[in-house]
Each structure stands twice: as structure tokens, then as C-alpha cells.
Design a protein around this ligand. Structure first.
Ligand code: PEP
Ligand code: MN
Length: 346
């Protein structure tokens, strides 16, 4: 359901509250010209009260049967906040899960270049035990003169790779004109770092019925990332995975600076799963494993990494892609570390 306003108050129902009591609170809110967003939790049901502050303030909410506590939502992000939904969200695509103890292991080429390159990579990452396949069809390139992706042809190749390996697909949507074909093909819609603040695109995927992997803009704060996620969730799509992929700093030794601290901060602030892209952060292969290790140890719910059969020939991001031949060892280490952190491979 799309939400027309922001929940201003949290109505925490007692653990013994009945369905009738919950329905009664919702009815009373609606009769007063407000609205309600009901979030059933493990411990208790929480109702987000939506409406003008004055209208809500006039209601004797604390006195309604079954209500334990009424609290204001102080954060600017409401629907994605932990306050509204203390239980972690689990994202599911074709039976693979990310969040609440499930570790998402996403790997594949930066870009679909040609059929064999993609299939060879897909087979290798599937054999190494990843849970989802990544691959770009429409590429956001810094230069308009470099390879821009194979577009629809790439989507067909990715669909064949899924057919063969059974892995759900993650691919980027860049342009609202491509919504239909990308959403029809993919299992998880990636919104790239450069589009994190493309609010109309965020609303577009908020209306899609597929999970969204939302990457943090290189110059965006954690709060801006959460507000971007709020754009998607407010349209009715609560299946959002957040991705830290490095931010711009003054440090030139890596492509970006992976903001490790953002992982625990995001985990505190939101119920949405948080994954890390060490490949784009590092920009160089030798740092991908150490950054991935750090991400898992900091509590990430997954990672997304780039893999190529022959990175030296790659049309995009060659220096950071892990060669297929080295990937099994990489995957073994990540799986072991994830299990040490109490995560099950999703
Ligand atoms: C990608 O994952 O293909 C990509 C381009 O990453 P980012 O949007 O983080 O730069
Ligand atoms: Mn890339």
C-alpha cells in the first residue's frame, strides 16, 4: 500500500492486544481523518499513526484498549526506521534471502559483455556457492564515449544465465524508459550510486513489485541514503536492500573510501538489510577481499562483488574484478567469515 503521509507517532500495542483492539485503534484513527500503518512484530504490533500533528494530538490514543505506549517518531525517515519496525526485514527473491541472519552473497561481472563471458562467470560463481548473480545491462559510465552496456541483449543473456544456474538476477535500472524490460527480467532491481537521488526513479521502483538494491551515492550521507529508501518504501515497496559502496574522500589510494562505520550505523537506524560492495569502493582487486572481510565483520547482511573470466580484457572495471580462477578461494573465505558472524548463507 502506498503511504500518503509520514507516520508521526508510534502506537505500541501491548503483547496481549487482540486483533479487535488493533482494528479498533485503526478505525478510530481513520474516523478522525488520519491513517494507520500496522506493522506486526515478534514482540508486539506497532501502529504508525499518519496525519496532521494537531489532529493526532487531539486523540486520546493512550487510553484506547490494548495500547501500551505512544511515542513520537523523531527521525526524518519514518517507514524505514527501526522505531517503526524493530524486527529486521528479510528480502526474498526466488527463494534466496537477505537480512535477519541470512547473508546475501551476490557476484558476477560488472557488465554483460558477450554471452560466453557472462555464462562462464555465472557458472563459476554458482559453483562457488553464491546466492545471486549480478551483471550490468545498462551501464552508468563516467564517459559517454565508453561502452554503455548491451541493453536488452544483455537482459536476454542474463535470463539465460539464471535459467542455467538457478541464481536470481540483480541488474541496474538507470532510465525510467527501461522500467518495463528491466523489471520484467530481473529479480532484484539495482539503483546505482549515481541515481540514489533520482527521486522520480525511486518512486518508479517503489511502485514495482520486485526488491530494490539501493546503492549509496558517493557524496551522500547515511541520512540521505535512508531518505532515498523512504521514497521507495512510501510508494508501497518495502523490499529494499541498502548498499554501502564507498564515498568520496580526499584519500586517493582507493577509488572511493569504504565507510565501514556506516554499516553498524545503518543497522541501528533501519530494519532494512545492509550489504557492501567492496569492488567499486576499492577499484583495485587486491583490496576487495580485505574490504569484504571488514564488511562481514562489521555486521553486513551481504556483499556484492565483481568477477570476470579475464579481467585484463574487461570492457569496464577490469582492475577491480576478481578472476574466475581466484573466486572459489574468495568465496570460501567469505562463507566461513559469515558463518563466524552467525549468518546463514541466504
Ligand atoms: C555497479 O554496481 O555496476 C555500479 C556501477 O556501481 P555503483 O553504482 O556503486 O558505482
Ligand atoms: Mn562495475
Amino acid at each position: 500500500m502506498a503511504v500518503t503521509g509520514a507516520p508521526e507517532l508510534l502506537i505500541v500495542m501491548g503483547s496481549a492486544a487482540t486483533t479487535e483492539q488493533i482494528d479498533d485503534v485503526v478505525t478510530r484513527l481513520q474516523e478522525a481523518g488520519c491513517d494507520a500503518l500496522v506493522t506486526p512484530g515478534r514482540e508486539a504490533t506497532v501502529i504508525g499513526a499518519i496525519g496532521e500533528r494537531e489532529l493526532l494530538a487531539a486523540l486520546p490514543l493512550e487510553g484506547y484498549a490494548g495500547v501500551e505506549q505512544v511515542l513520537p517518531i523523531l527521525k526524518p525517515y519514518k517507514l524505514v526506521s527501526r522505531e517503526l519496525s524493530p524486527d529486521p526485514t528479510v528480502i526474498e527473491a526466488r527463494g534466496r534471502r537477505i537480512g535477519d541472519g541470512y547473508f546475501g552473497f551476490i557476484a558476477g561481472p560488472c557488465t554483460v559483455e558477450y554471452r560466453e563471458q557472462t555464462l562462464e562467470t555465472a557458472r563459476a560463481v554458482a559453483a562457488a556457492g553464491v546466492t545471486m548473480l549480478r551483471g550490468g545491462a545498462f551501464k552508468p559510465r563516467t564517459s559517454p564515449y565508453t561502452f554503455q552496456g548491451l541493453g536488452n541483449e544483455a537482459l536476454e543473456i542474463l535470463a539465460d544465465a539464471r535459467e542455467e544456474t538457478g541464481l536470481p538476477l540483480v541488474t541496474e535500472l538507470m532510465d525510467p524508459r527501461h522500467v518495463e524490460q528491466v523489471v520484467d527480467t530481473t529479480d532484484v532491481i539495482q539503483i546505482g550510486a549515481r541515481n540514489m537521488s533520482n527521486f522520480s526513479l525511486l518512486e518508479e521502483v517503489g511502485r514495482a513489485r520486485k526488491p530494490v538494491l539501493l546503492k549509496r551515492g558517493p557524496s551522500s550521507t547515511v541520512e540521505e541514503l535512508l531518505m532515498a529508501a523512504e521514497y521507495i518504501v512510501k510508494e508501497g515497496n518495502s523490499q529494499v536492500i541498502l548498499c554501502e559502496r564507498g564515498i568520496k574522500t580526499f584519500e586517493p589510494s582507493m577509488r572511493y573510501t569504504l565507510d565501514i562505520g556506516a554499516i553498524p550505523v545503518l543497522k541501528q537506524e533501519t530494519h532494512l538489510p545492509v550489504i557492501v560492495d567492496p569492488s567499486h569502493a576499492a577499484g583495485r582487486r587486491d583490496l576487495v577481499l580485505p574490504l569484504a572481510r571488514a564488511a562481514v565483520a562489521a555486521g553486513a547482511d551481504g556483499i556484492i562483488v565483481e568477477v570476470h573470466p579475464r579481467p585484463e580484457e574487461a570492457l569496464c572495471d577490469g582492475p577491480q574484478q576478481i578472476p574466475v580462477s581466484e573466486f572459489p578461494e574468495f568465496a570460501d573465505e567469505i562463507r566461513a567469515l559469515a558463518s563466524l558472524m552467525g549468518r546463514a548463507i541466504g
